[in-house]
Design a protein around this ligand. Sequence first.
Ligand code: 2P0
Length: 362
Amino acid sequence: MTDYKNPNLILETAKVEPGEITWRSPANLAIVKYWGKHGVQMPKNPSLSLTLSSSFTETLLEYRPRETSESGISLEFFFHQESNEPFRERLLKYLESVADIFPFLRQLDLTIYSGNSFPHSAGIASSASAMSALALCLTSLEHELFETLDDDAAFDQKASYVARLGSGSACRSIFPKAALWGEMGEVKGSSDLFAVPMAEHVHAVFANMHDDILLASTSVKHISSRAGHGLMETHPFAEARYADAKRNLSRLIPALRSGDLEEFGRIAENEALTLHGLMMSSNPSYVLLKPNTLEMIERLRHYRQETKHPVYFSLDAGPNLHLLYPANIIHEVRGFIEDELKPLCEDESYLEDWAGDGPVQV
Ligand code: 2P0
């Protein structure tokens, strides 16, 4: 397998016109979770996500031939129109790490303008949308400058590979509806290095699934996902967890294909609670759930028992509850949210999201 390093991608800077590229890329919600990694951003177990729609990052990359001959990458960065030094430093480190893949980056002055449609660092996979949007800009830039990536599948695979190096979960955001990241015997072409599209293997009931995100809290998390992944290295349940994730995925894939909502829901809820159980049983231990998250879970399970409606929950690495349900019961579920869950949300707010069509170049 290629590592995409390509020393030939060098510009004749005198011939380069300044330009700009913009991508809008969505967050994703893992149904089977990635939690634990090794090597350079390689997952300890395969994961599968739904690609979201209204939660996205939009990133504009401006480039012009570099005026000075300093080494290193030249980057200015603006988040929601304001310069942001911590984010700039993180992105600079990332761009340095992919400079063997895109050596022309050192020959340009780069300015990145980025913004999210949702609160960042609140466990709504902001790194997935942000790093996938940036990876798509870089991959597009290569194609614009060198015309190397005419084939759409090759373009997506490279963008997914590059996104993974920025944030593991980001590699799944490249594809519409659903994506699988991590090698799995049952799925041909699956890989630890990039995600693969799963839309063709997903029943219509999931391809149009709703994912309303109930904001139990939008405070910035006190522990990053990066640190959480790190704690899996010494976690006493780690090996059992990786085996369990593989079993869940082997059951999820046929359920997605056949439209089995009940099996989907059982797996989604088990994975969500397992993820948070792993955090709580890490050393040191931490808890991202809030009392209102648990109250919402109780109310949801009660509602499901009473109505028999197929509405299930998942959680990302944060306190906000993702409510997953098919489009045909939206009126009933929105009524339940308004009456019973919204009052438990911070500022009574929730985000309406759903399985989406993947990134778009703007
Ligand atoms: C996932 N999460 O599968 C899991 C489950 C959150 C909950 O991967 O260190 O930002 O950048 O690779 O992808 C969030 O962690 O971690 C995450 P890095 P990432 O979506």
